[in-house]
Design a binder for this molecule. Structure first.
Ligand SMILES: C[S@@+](CC[C@H](N)C(=O)[O-])C[C@H]1O[C@@H](n2cnc3c(N)ncnc32)[C@H](O)[C@@H]1O
Length: 206
């Protein structure tokens, strides 16, 4: 019997390579200067995938994954709902990891390098849903993210943002509930994942 440990995990039908996988190690060696934490799959992504398993998207939903990192949540949308997915990240370091996983999971994901604060209405009208996991972790992120969520809401785009419950996210969620008719729900993902996050669900204005 082989004692070699598997070098990938499967999250909700999406294969994700472990840090010890040779291709991940190779990419890490090539560009080891990431600055904004897009260097693994974060728990919020698992929570978003479980949430969308419970409340499935319409087929062909146009999804914008903001602060996408490795883009696993968007890949889940592409695989399960035939969604058309674009991943946005400020840090181009993440895109080779994203494209490696897109190939592995046999999905196509477009990528755009941009600051989420700069995503304007012209771009937002191309989408139905904005998703983001673990993207509101510094105090100075609350303001631009609230503006983005409000712009999305006003342009007919629903937003789903998940976070373990850090205070910059709590402030974002409070404002979105008061001003945009959003709801927040604590979402527990049981064994084998055993993770828990708040999901902010902001409806579109129309
Ligand atoms: C904690 S990681 C989460 C990655 C991914 N969403 C996940 O759940 O695995 C945060 C991601 O947001 C990106 N990010 C941080 N600030 C950003 C900004 N202002 N605009 C766009 N992306 C940003 C980072 O580069 C990083 O990939």
């Amino acid at each position: 019997m082989s004692s070699v440990k598997p070098k990938s995990k499967n999250y909700f039908g999406i294969d994700v390579l472990k840090m010890s996988h040779p291709e991940i190690r190779h990419l890490k060696k090539k560009s080891d200067d990431h600055t904004h934490h897009g260097n693994k799959v974060w728990d919020s992504s698992l929570v978003l995938m479980d949430y969308m398993s419970a409340f499935p998207l319409k087929r062909k939903t146009r999804v914008l994954e903001v602060g996408c990192g490795w883009g696993i949540t968007g890949m889940f949308c592409a695989k399960n709902f035939n969604a058309e997915v674009t991943g946005v990240d400020i840090d181009s370091y993440v895109f080779p990891f994203l494209q490696l996983h897109a190939r592995l999971n046999d999905v196509e994901i477009e990528t755009v390098q941009a600051d989420f604060g700069k995503i304007n209405g012209e771009m937002l009208i191309e989408f139905d849903l904005l998703v983001g996991g673990d993207i509101c972790f510094w105090d100075d992120m609350t303001k631009p993210l609230f503006s983005l969520v409000k712009r999305a809401h006003n342009h007919g785009v629903r937003c789903l943002i998940a976070d373990p419950g850090r205070s910059p996210f709590d402030k974002l969620a409070e404002k979105a509930c008061k001003q945009l008719g959003a709801e927040v729900e604590r979402w527990n993902v049981p064994h084998p994942h055993n993770v828990s996050c708040d999901v902010l669900d902001v409806p579109p204005l129309f």
